[in-house]
Unconditional design. Structure first.
Length: 89
């Protein structure tokens, strides 16, 4: 299973999004910190979930990062997050 698939599975299981887009941007970070030639190091996530209702942007990002601790421990270096509620989508 690819890292993208694992990210999708963990976010789906933990946050039950109504919309989830994940883009591997590793190729755009060649030579930067954390980059590896085999890729799967830098991602961008757009996620819409009711779990974000009433939460600040920082709290929303923490919810996402909390779901992906194993991925960060296993080589995920950077994650750009755009987290919205269904009303904001």
């Amino acid at each position: 299973m690819s890292r993208k698939d694992r990210i999708a599975a963990r976010l789906t299981e933990g946050l039950h999004p109504t919309r989830l887009e994940i883009e591997d941007e590793s190729d755009r970070h060649a030579g930067h910190a954390g980059w590896r030639a085999e890729g799967e190091t830098h991602y961008r996530v757009y996620i819409v979930s009711a779990a974000f209702s009433g939460k600040s942007a920082v709290a929303r990002h923490r919810l996402v990062y909390d779901q992906l601790g194993e991925e960060f421990a296993g080589g995920l270096h950077a994650l750009a997050v755009r987290a919205r509620t269904p009303d904001e989508a």
